[in-house]
Design a protein around this ligand. Structure first.
Ligand SMILES: Cc1ncc(COP(=O)(O)O)c(C=O)c1O
Length: 405
């Protein structure tokens, strides 16, 4: 049967990633994968942490196993507010919070609420691929702003905004992952965060601050949330339990002006009525028992160790003319190879001959650049796999450099 004629035209935008097929090969156990974006499987919730959970859920039976409010379980919203205040310096009341089915759903809602076809949306170069995938469905016009070691170049952004303004174009929002970005691992300085807010005010746009990694930074750097500095209600702040507790729960949250949260709720209602109340009560249990606050320092300690091993292995093995980011937290390192190298073309060789995989960087760049880049994940592989995998990858890259001009 030919199903093509049944599909809506937007399905053509949902093209599957062309590297997906190749990455399936990484399921082969002998391949060391730096391609995923998964938490360390050893750091998923432990049975001792979840002791009493079943009884807790049964105690909440008529709520946990029932339909729930679209905005989320009220007690969980209260916990999220307390947590966001304590660790993120964000002030919010219960009308300014909505529980979402992961941050991914919040991004989908952002796409539905704010983007009409042809609207201008500003993203970082590179940016989070799955955000692009949902934004794409609303067919925006992208403007990509380069990043350096200090995050998004807000000076370039300012120039671009002036240019757009002179053409009568007003972007809807800037989408940023300001702390330990996926895919680059880079963090935006506080000065630039302030500058971004000033620009939002001057040129009248919203800021989508996507912050799954801000709670797992390794040093003393104080990564002030943009939302915490927002006096005008321009920032829509997104975060999630995925990296600090469990991605399997599919529970995240958004904090924004209450008018925007009402719009979020209307959009969400048509998507899933509410985030699974069972999942929300598991998150609430983890919050109330202090499980999440206890595990954050452990995540930080373990991921820092892995980050250090990856950076040292890169230092020890990679040929000259290769550079990479030095993340202060999160889960990713981003690598630039010699211009002549195409990491997408190289991937097949990497997986089949060198038994190592990564994500080629090009699809993270809305301007079509980044062909010589790759994203490496350090949270999922073991310490030994990181050492060995970087060794293999470096051997491949050295061989490729020798073959290139
Ligand atoms: C920048 C960014 N935003 C959003 C998400 C989605 O997170 P969630 O599991 O909460 O849907 C991820 C997950 O990797 C991410 O890296």
């Amino acid at each position: 049967m030919n199903y093509e004629k049944f599909y809506a035209s937007r399905v053509s935008i949902m093209r599957p990633s062309d590297i997906r097929e190749l990455l399936k090969w990484s399921l082969d156990k002998s391949v060391i994968s730096f391609a995923g974006g998964l938490p360390d499987p050893k750091l998923l919730p432990k049975s001792f942490e979840l002791e009493g959970l079943f009884e807790y859920l049964m105690m909440k039976n008529e709520y946990a196993f029932q339909y729930g409010e679209t905005e989320g379980v009220n007690e969980l919203k209260k916990e999220v507010i307390r947590f966001s205040k304590k660790y993120g310096g964000i002030n919010a009341n219960e009308d300014e919070v909505i529980i979402t089915t992961g941050s991914q759903q919040a991004l989908d809602i952002v796409s539905r609420l704010f983007i009409d076809r042809g609207n201008y949306v500003i993203v970082e170069l590179p940016t989070y691929l799955a955000a692009l995938q949902v934004f794409n469905l609303s067919e925006p016009q992208y403007v990509g702003i380069p990043m350096d070691d200090n995050g998004m170049r807000t000076d370039t952004l300012e120039r671009k905004l002036k240019e757009l303004n002179s053409e009568g174009i007003s972007p809807k929002f800037v989408y940023t992952v300001p702390t330990c970005q996926n895919p680059s691992g880079t963090s935006m300085t506080v000065d630039r965060r302030r500058h971004l807010l000033e620009l939002a005010s001057k040129y009248d746009f919203l800021i989508i601050e996507d912050d799954p990694y801000g709670y797992i930074t390794f040093g003393d750097e104080k990564m002030e949330r943009i939302k915490a500095m927002d006096n005008e209600g321009r920032v829509i702040y997104l975060s999630t339990f995925s990296k600090i507790f469990s991605p399997g729960l599919r529970v995240g949250w958004a904090i924004a002006n209450e008018e925007l949260i009402r719009s979020f709720a209307i959009a969400k209602q048509g998507m899933d009525l509410s985030t699974s109340p069972v999942s929300q009560y598991i998150a609430l249990f983890a919050m109330e028992k202090g499980i999440i606050e206890k595990r954050i320092p452990i995540l930080i300690r373990e991921y820092k160790k892995k980050r250090d091993i990856m950076l040292q292995s890169l230092e020890d093995n990679m040929p000259k003319e290769t550079k990479w980011t030095k993340p202060i937290g999160g889960m990713f390192v981003f690598v630039w190879l010699k211009d002549a190298i195409d990491t997408k073309l190289m991937l097949e060789k990497a997986i089949k001959n060198y038994k190592v995989s990564y994500v080629p960087g090009k699809s993270f760049f809305v301007d079509g650049t980044g062909k010589n880049t790759m994203r490496l994940n350090f949270s999922y592989p073991s310490e030994e796999q990181i050492r060995e995998g970087i060794h293999r990858l470096s051997n491949l890259i050295k061989a490729e450099y020798n073959n290139s001009f």
